[in-house]
Design a protein around this ligand. Structure first.
Ligand code: GUN
Length: 294
């Protein structure tokens, strides 16, 4: 069994990005610049944004963190996005989700300039993905593709099951795996809460992407011998033995599933670091287009 280690793969990607950045800066160009907007103080969002900011520094990127109170109005948040859209020194913008209930998330996603939408959430980038056109791919599915590439997982002609149909992970993942591209060309089944006989569908799959947000949902009985398993789950479950008071659990019952899988991601340390690698790659691409104009 191969452990698909996102820490190792993301470190290699960050190192390559760092080299690329140093070539630009040695030529007198500025560094790539990611701006992150964090609304309120949701503990998980704080952790994710802090990890993104730290990774920017590791790759030689500049980052700006815009912190807004959870009482911020929708118009104030929109004004902050418009300012970053108009700032020529900013290559990438991300608004950490979820947002407080009084803010219309879709309106915020659509306010980000599609050319700086390094999260790939804007409908323009979602549409480009569907049509196989160049654009920003959502960071988590992009990171999973990079992980499959790092470990040279054969996907062409394989059957893949994606569990979960969110715009952030499941749906774009199903499009990528079914596309005619490296680490694509799978026959994909996209499963969701209304899917009947999920176990029967999963047990036939060569590759399973679990992205439904239910801790330890995918059991060994649902997995074919030799399958490749990618766990996108990151649920915080209470744990009185832990300093933080919680433990992170994936969507896969790792201990039993790993006995049958040919390759599997751990949680933490699997998909999480790869999401950041995808985000940085998108930011680098936006930067390259800005500074080289091609
Ligand atoms: N919340 C959960 N995942 C993500 C992500 O990839 N990007 C942003 N901006 N928010 C998220």
């Amino acid at each position: 069994m191969v452990l698909l280690d996102g820490k190792i793969a993301s470190a290699a990607i960050k190192e390559a990005l760092k080299q690329e950045v140093s070539q630009f800066t040695a030529g007198g160009k500025r560094a790539p610049h990611l701006a992150a907007i964090l609304v309120g103080n949701n503990g998980a969002s704080e952790t994710y944004v802090a990890a993104k900011v730290k990774s920017c520094a590791e790759a030689g990127f500049r980052s700006t963190l815009v912190r807004l109170n959870d009482t911020v109005t929708e118009n104030e948040l929109l004004a902050s996005i418009h300012e970053l859209n108009g700032d020529a020194s900013v290559d990438g913008i991300l608004v950490q989700l979820p947002l407080p209930k009084h803010i219309n998330e879709q309106k915020i996603i659509e306010a980000v300039d599609p050319c700086k939408d390094v999260d790939g959430f804007h409908p323009v980038n979602a549409g480009k993905l569907v049509q196989g056109l160049p654009g920003f791919i959502p960071a988590t599915p992009y990171g999973i593709m990079l992980l499959l590439e790092h470990y040279n997982i054969v996907t062409t002609g394989k059957t893949a099951v994606v569990i979960g149909r969110s715009n952030i992970v499941g749906r774009p993942m199903s499009i990528l795996l079914s596309s005619n591209r490296p680490y694509g060309n799978c026959t994909v089944t996209l499963c969701h809460s209304h899917t009947k006989d999920l176990e029967k569908i999963c047990v036939q799959a060569d590759i399973i992407i679990a992205a439904l947000g239910k801790p330890e949902f995918l059991k060994a009985s649902m997995v074919k011998e030799g399958a490749v398993i990618v766990d996108v789950g990151i649920t915080r479950v209470p744990d009185s033995n832990s300093k933080t008071g919680y433990r992170i659990k994936g969507d896969v019952a790792f201990n039993e599933v790993s006995l049958k899988a040919s390759a599997i991601t751990p949680v933490p340390g699997g998909v999480g670091p790869m999401t950041i690698a995808g985000l940085l790659r998108n930011t680098m691409e936006s930067y390259r287009l800005q500074v080289t104009g091609c």
